[in-house]
Write a protein that binds this ligand. Structure first.
Ligand code: GLU
Length: 306
């Protein structure tokens, strides 16, 4: 595995066209595009890394996997009254479908859906308390208590978040919101601003690769049924309007973020995190996707073949 990761990292470093870093906020626009990291945490307890696997980056929409997990834990199947489970085929921040579908977002991984999930997990609590709960959960599943929210990123998200605010207010206009819209947005912007390394992320995803069980403690984070469902959503909706392409090329459930990270799950085998800040036109990490494609090829990991 170490040889495979070294090879992939070397190959990625040599590629000239690395895509474009997200430019909507300075803290993402200023990230050095030449960085690359890959981490693989195997279900048998082994860990492998290549590149700058300890460097922290903004996990952005990858956080939506963790907030969905929390929401399902708190509300169970009732989550699906607020958000759907269908791929959107639209960009991550699209407002178009919301009007047709009466304020019910297509899935929990597009922005509108994740904002609705943030509303669900708050349950009348203040954003600070909810964020503490999200962080505590991430600390536990990553085995790392040092993971924090990057306040600089959160501030910029808030300052440039007109589209997300529009999505939230539009949903609220249908009478769906439980908590004040501003507080929900504050929670959403902050959980998107959590900073993690690929090492952290690969560990955090392990329960999804391991039938819902946290491997080092043996504690069931979610039931195996639920882990399977979260993986299914990652596969069908984890890359916005690039989800079909990702499934075709990589063949594993994955969730991307505009910070350039991708968390991918090889059920029964491993949790994989990659980071390369340059994005393709849809907003998914260009080299991250390529690296996962290579890894899947070299390991024969796929949910579509044995
Ligand atoms: N914070 C970003 C936004 O809401 C998340 C988008 C992403 O990572 O895809 O615009």
């Amino acid at each position: 595995m170490q040889d495979i990761l070294n090879e992939i990292a070397k190959e990625m470093m040599a590629i000239k066209d690395k895509g474009k870093v997200a430019s909507y906020i300075p803290s993402l626009a200023n990230v050095d595009i030449n960085q690359f990291a890959i981490s693989v945490s195997l279900c048998n307890g082994e860990h492998y890394h290549a590149g700058c696997a300890n460097t922290l980056f903004s996990i952005q929409s990858i956080s939506k996997v963790f907030t969905l997990t929390l929401a399902l834990g708190k509300l169970g199947e009732n989550v699906w009254h607020r958000v759907g489970r269908e791929p959107s085929g639209d960009p991550f921040n699209s407002i178009v479908q919301l009007e047709h579908e009466h304020g019910k977002p297509r899935n929990p991984f597009i922005n509108a859906g994740a904002i609705a999930v943030a509303d669900l997990i708050m349950q009348g609590h203040e954003p600070k308390e909810t964020l503490a709960e999200i962080l505590q959960f991430i600390h536990y599943i990553s085995n790392d208590d040092s993971i924090l929210i990057d306040e600089e990123v959160a501030k910029s998200e808030l300052a440039t978040g007109s589209r997300n605010a529009s999505l939230a207010h539009f949903m609220a206009s249908f009478g769906h919101f439980i908590n004040p819209v501003d507080k929900v947005l504050g929670t959403y912007f902050h959980h998107c601003s959590i900073a993690m390394s690929t090492k952290n992320l690969a560990n955090a995803g392990l329960f999804l690769a391991n039938n819902g069980i946290h491997p080092s403690s043996g504690y069931p984070v979610v039931s195996s049924e639920r882990a399977k469902r979260i993986n299914a959503l990652m596969l069908t909706c984890g890359h916005y309007d690039g989800s079909g392409e990702f499934a075709f090329r990589v063949g594993l459930p994955g969730k991307s973020g505009v910070g350039g990270g991708i968390l991918a799950i090889a059920p029964g085998k491993a949790s994989i995190a990659v980071w390369s800040p340059g994005l393709d036109i849809i907003g998914n990490s260009k080299l991250g996707t390529k690296a996962l494609e290579l890894l899947a090829e070299k390991t024969s990991w796929s949910v579509f073949a044995k």
